[in-house]
Design a protein around this ligand. Structure first.
Ligand code: SF4
Ligand code: SF4
Length: 296
């Protein structure tokens, strides 16, 4: 029964984000809490729920293999539904079995394999442990009704992942080098994307600014306006101060503890947002960029 908890969590997340927008879960994610563990006191105060969930997951994992995967992962719930139409399945004929139940005892997802003839998707994560441990070599990997060598299936999957990774990470630079798209258009696209939804607002690191103190504003969490002052000295950004903000304090403080320093040290507003305070970070970045536009 516990395996249905992840479907409830998936439904809960979808319901909340549809009703309250994608910021409503800020501070609730255990992974955000994990990513910020270096700032432990901030995690405790700003991400209390996320931290409690993280502790529960770690404790659960000590006692049950893949505790989070089996019972809590909302993405696992989605995959569990979509993988029911998977082309890959594992065949295991019961009448060829002994009474060892080694496959069941070793199944990463705790499936009762001894009572099944075949497993396709659903709760099975295709780890192939059952194939590996069976003394009779009974379970076999089957793709589109053809039994295949498990090593070949794994190599094929690795090749596909490597291909996707290569395409997404190196595709842009290859296209640019090949002259299919100019560097300017790629940069310009980044700027447009950043204005709307990405984690940072791009600006050239080589831009020269006039000395002085400039103010700018940006939109942060829940539409709150953030106003900052940016001091430029010797053509460099030397100080960033908050003038006023309507942002939510716990998220704003979190973003403010990192973003201004990052911008000053990189001399660019192209910095990553702080996980768990994404929108507040964007508000500060946008405000700084706005002020720098006046300094050019
Ligand atoms: S480990 Fe192999 S022989 Fe044993 S129950 Fe599982 S499939 Fe059957
Ligand atoms: S492939 Fe892994 S998760 Fe699927 S049945 Fe076998 S051991 Fe269990």
């Amino acid at each position: 029964m516990l395996k249905y908890v992840k479907y409830v969590i998936l439904f809960f997340i979808l319901f909340l984000t549809l009703k309250g927008g994608d910021t409503i879960l800020n501070g609730l994610s255990p992974w955000d809490a994990f990513a910020q563990m270096g700032k432990f006191s901030t995690v405790i105060t700003s991400m209390t729920v996320g931290f409690i969930l993280l502790v529960l997951i770690v404790v659960g994992d000590i006692f049950v293999e893949r505790f989070f995967c089996r019972y809590l992962c909302p993405l696992g719930a989605v995959f569990s539904l979509t993988s029911r139409i998977s082309l890959l399945k594992i065949n295991k004929l019961n009448d060829k079995c002994g009474k060892c139940r080694m496959c069941t005892n070793n199944c990463s997802m705790g499936l009762k394999l001894y009572s099944m003839n075949s497993i396709r998707g659903g709760e099975c994560i295709n780890c192939l442990k059952c194939v590996e441990v069976c003394p009779r070599k009974n379970p076999c990997v089957n793709i589109m009704d053809k039994d295949v060598n498990p090593s070949m299936a794994s190599s094929f999957a690795i090749a596909i992942f490597a291909g996707i990774y290569g395409l997404t990470n190196f595709g842009n630079s290859i296209i640019t080098k090949a002259g299919i798209a100019s560097t300017n258009s790629v940069v310009s696209n980044n700027v447009n994307t950043a204005d709307t939804s990405q984690n940072s607002v791009s600006t050239s690191q080589n831009t020269k600014y006039k000395d002085g103190t400039y103010t700018g504003s940006g939109t942060g969490f829940n539409g709150g306006t953030t106003k900052v002052s940016v001091t430029v000295n010797g053509g460099k950004i030397t100080d960033i101060k908050t003038v006023s903000t309507d942002d939510t304090p716990r998220f704003y403080q979190y973003a403010e503890s990192t973003i201004p320093n990052e911008i000053i040290s990189s001399q660019s507003s192209s910095v990553d947002t702080v996980s768990g305070a994404t929108y507040s970070s964007r508000g500060i970045i946008e405000a700084v960029q706005n002020a720098l536009d006046n300094a050019k």
